[in-house]
Design a protein around this ligand. Structure first.
Ligand SMILES: Cc1cc2nc3c(=O)[nH]c(=O)nc-3n(C[C@H](O)[C@H](O)[C@H](O)COP(=O)(O)OP(=O)(O)OC[C@H]3O[C@@H](n4cnc5c(N)ncnc54)[C@H](O)[C@@H]3O)c2cc1C
Length: 403
């Protein structure tokens, strides 16, 4: 194809923000921007059906619920029952209930699975006339350090497009195109491999009365609600284990042993994967007019349930910063975006790391050794006996700590 033909075939457009990725981060950015009258276009490489069925997180923490409420969106985009604030730790079969609500006034956390949040954000955005394009390909970012970046892509029908904008929101997760466009050496990647593997399964089986974390000499296990008739389970396993090493009978046997619940009701397993626990932070979360939001900038080990909630935090700060820029010509929010996000990111990384080490070291003396096992058990005991320690834990769980 000659150069002239190529250019004439490209459809050009202009908007204020191009959002790459329609996961929790991208959809929240888009919904908040629409809420304050800022136009944007969302580009997603998968189909709507594919994005809507990705099941990951299960709880929208109190801070994020209040964030949506402050935008007048809580009732529209959050489903699920209120979380009663109780978390169960089961240590060698002995149950300890910890109150993970911090007691402050205002709405608390919601049991809202990630796919429900994504479904509701999508529906609300489209009903509001939002521009959301699925199954785009070959997304590329240009002129990010200039005044008007351009995002090029191919739409589902194969047509080539170029959208010029003021800002790009890179909400395309850990394997997206946004971060990989940033030239080498601009961002510093801080990474940690925890040396721990997890098998996670989703099953059509009764949810627990409360989210449940269990430690035992057989290893860590967890049981979380994911709906009225479904549950997500986690089992610590060797970090190079594959899902086919875990047939159904082995999964249920291990869960019954580690949860110390011989009567645990099994059900059809609908999804099964293994992964290594890892943590990752990219600093800064900005390059020129590209702002990284959510997993595109950071990965948190699932312990503590912070990954999606951090994505929602970033999305809120970014949307407010763009609103202030457009409405008041105030760039303070844009200038401080990365620094403010990273403060909470490291705060939540610390909490997640603390909880990851505590529950794995306390349960598995073959990995941590007897000394660290005693240290981890002492940490858990403090949580069960000291109201001050329990209050600090609750603040971190709700996201209402001052970070
Ligand atoms: C097993 C597991 C359990 C978890 N449990 C919890 C939990 O309990 N609590 C919690 O808070 N978090 C949890 N998380 C983390 C949470 O799922 C993520 O933090 C969250 O999905 C981040 O949202 P995001 O929008 O930033 O990224 P993603 O959800 O990854 O969305 C990125 C989107 O960008 C799209 N995309 C990628 N590349 C391109 C491209 N080139 N062009 C266009 N679109 C693109 C993708 O298709 C995707 O739709 C868990 C994660 C895992 C793996």
């Amino acid at each position: 194809m000659a150069a002239g033909e190529h250019e004439s075939a490209e459809v050009s457009q202009s908007t204020t923000v191009v959002v790459i990725g329609a996961g929790p981060a991208g959809l929240t950015v888009a919904s908040l921007l629409r809420r304050c009258g800022v136009d944007c276009v969302v580009l997603e490489r998968h189909s709507r059906a594919y994005v809507a069925q990705r099941q990951r997180a299960g709880i929208v923490e109190s801070r994020a619920v209040r964030m949506f409420a402050s935008w007048g969106l809580a009732d529209l985009v959050l489903g699920g029952a209120p979380h009663d604030g109780i978390l169960e730790f089961r240590v060698d079969g002995e149950s300890h209930l910890v109150d993970d609500s911090d007691g402050s006034a205002g709405p608390g956390a919601r049991l809202c699975p990630q796919q429900v949040l994504v479904h509701k954000l999508t529906a609300a955005h489209l009903a509001d006339g939002g521009d959301l394009r699925y199954e785009v390909a070959d997304v590329s970012l240009h002129d990010l350090t200039g005044d008007r970046p351009t995002v090029r892509f191919r739409s589902a029908d194969g047509a080539r497009h170029a959208i010029t904008c003021a800002f790009v929101a890179g909400c395309d997760g850990d394997h997206g195109v946004s971060r990989s466009t940033v030239p080498e050496g601009v961002l510093t990647a801080h990474t940690l491999d925890h040396g721990i593997g997890w098998l996670t399964v989703l099953a059509d089986a009764p949810p627990p009365a409360h989210p449940l974390l269990a430690v035992s000499s057989h290893g860590f296990a967890a049981h979380f609600p994911r709906g009225p008739h479904s549950s997500r389970y986690y089992l610590q396993c060797p970090s190079d284990d594959r899902p086919d090493a875990w047939p159904d009978t082995r999964v249920w046997e291990a869960l019954r042993t580690r949860l110390a619940d011989p009567a645990l009701i099994a059900g059809p397993i609908t999804d099964r994967e293994t992964f290594r626990l890892r943590s990752l932070v990219h600093d800064p979360m900005q390059y020129g007019r590209l702002f990284l939001v959510g997993d595109a900038a950071h990965i948190v080990s699932p312990m503590g349930g912070k990954g999606m909630n951090l994505a929602l935090y970033d999305a809120d700060l970014f949307a407010r910063a763009v609103r202030d820029h457009v409405r008041d010509q105030d760039d303070t929010g844009l200038r401080t975006y990365s620094r403010r996000c990273l403060r909470r990111v490291w705060n939540d990384q610390e909490f997640s790391h603390w909880l990851t080490r505590t529950v794995h070291d306390a349960g598995d003396d073959t990995h941590a050794g007897p000394f660290l096992r005693h240290v981890a058990r002492a940490r858990l005991d403090r949580l069960f006996t000291s109201p001050t320690a329990a209050q600090a834990f609750a603040e971190l769980m709700t996201g209402l700590d001052p970070a």
